[in-house]
Design a protein around this ligand. Structure first.
Ligand code: GLY
Length: 378
């Protein structure tokens, strides 16, 4: 569903004033049948193991009601909110290379769409069940394309996603937590280097620099693809030992404004990668502890969705209502904190940042890592 009025697409970072956003739906969301990359993300003792099919209708209705409330909070702040068009997610995904029993859904728009300046790029994705998810956003993107002559609608090459894309040792459901931590610390992730793979939510935008998490959903070839595609940008690969299920960077590392990042204290950026930020006067501080000991039922994500905040501008941030410690920390850092009740929608694919994709933030492409420019010049 799209609001009427002239559209402009442009967003260079995570913190400039937000004017227009896409927000997902919980409608018809499914728990897909087992497939390699998705399976690697589900903890051994999780209730979702062995379960698949359409999510309970009452949870879908509750999720959609909360998402609509979130949309209205944003609209009251003058932010335009567009919604995707859900598909029949009970349908299988079938290509010459693979078959997946159902699709996933279209709640976390951030996973699929990467906005960099005047471009929105559809990610390759790395789960078979999410192969067609971009179709939910096509009506919006096509209409933006009609309205904004500067908008570049791009799509990364669709991957084959054969069994060669996934490491067979991750298919064993009895992998211990320690084994997972050892593997992820060694960058032995479930995805191989068969072909470029990336999810858009592994990318954080810092003006001229893109910070990309190497993990389960984005491989090194995916990062190299982004490097060759965004030729005017510097693309940096990062990883976070301590995360046994490394997908999507935005519950791990979150810039709040120029010079300030909150970082997951259980998933530390290695010292040699931290240096890039320190040399450029970025302060990395530990995020507050989550308010919950467990994620909500049937949720893929960890309790660290507490730090999955949506920044409206350098002084205003949306935080999930129950995440009182995160809210207090942001308040002390000088932000106006807007509480958004969204925890019961987490199960559909994530928190406030995940659920949205930028269309317009006012601002220009700045260099927030000036040391890199001076090093190139010298
Ligand atoms: N990477 C998402 C989470 O922490 O659950």
């Amino acid at each position: 569903m799209m609001e009427k009025s002239q559209v402009r697409v442009c967003s260079w970072n995570e913190w400039d004033p937000l004017k227009h956003v896409i927000l997902g739906y919980a409608t018809d969301c499914h728990i897909p049948p087992v497939e390699p990359a998705l399976d690697a993300k589900i903890p051994n003792d999780c209730e979702m193991r062995g379960r698949c099919g359409r999510r309970p209708q009452d949870s879908i209705e509750r999720g959609n009601a909360l998402l609509e409330d979130f949309a209205n909070i944003l609209r009251k702040r003058g932010i335009r909110v567009d919604r995707p068009q859900p598909l029949d997610f009970s349908r299988p995904v079938s290509t010459p290379d693979f078959y997946a029993g159902t699709m996933f859904g279209c709640m976390p728009a951030r996973d699929v769409l990467l906005t960099v300046g005047e471009e929105i790029l559809e990610a390759t994705m790395s789960y078979r069940c999410r192969w067609f998810e971009y179709l939910c956003y096509r009506p919006l993107l096509q209409s933006y394309w009609e309205q904004d002559p500067d908008f570049r609608h791009e799509a990364a090459p669709k991957p084959r996603l054969t069994d060669r894309d996934y490491r067979p040792d991750y298919l064993n459901s009895g992998i211990s937590l320690q084994q997972r931590l050892d593997w992820t610390a060694r960058k032995h992730f479930v995805t191989t280097e068969e072909e470029p793979l990336f999810d858009a939510a592994d990318v954080l935008r810092f003006g001229k620099d893109l910070i990309v998490q190497h993990g389960f959903t984005t491989n090194l070839k995916g990062i190299e693809w982004l490097r060759r595609h965004f030729r005017d940008h510097r693309v940096h690969a990062v990883n976070f030992p301590g995360d046994p299920y490394p997908i999507h960077i935005d519950a791990t590392f979150m810039p709040l404004r120029p010079g300030l990042i909150i970082s997951n204290p259980q998933r530390k950026l290695p010292e040699e990668q931290r240096e890039l930020f320190q040399r450029n006067d970025w302060q990395i501080i530990d995020a507050a502890q989550p308010a919950h000991n467990e994620p909500p039922p049937l949720c893929y994500s960890s309790v660290w969705l507490s730090m999955n905040v949506l920044i409206l501008d350098q002084k205003t941030v949306c935080v999930e209502k129950s995440e009182v410690y995160q809210a207090t920390q942001l308040d002390k850092l000088g932000f106006e904190v807007i509480e958004v009740d969204l925890r019961d929608a987490y199960a559909f694919g994530g928190g406030l940042h995940c659920a949205t994709a930028d269309v317009l933030r006012e601002g220009t492409c700045e260099d927030y890592f000036p040391c890199l420019s001076s090093e190139l010049e010298s």
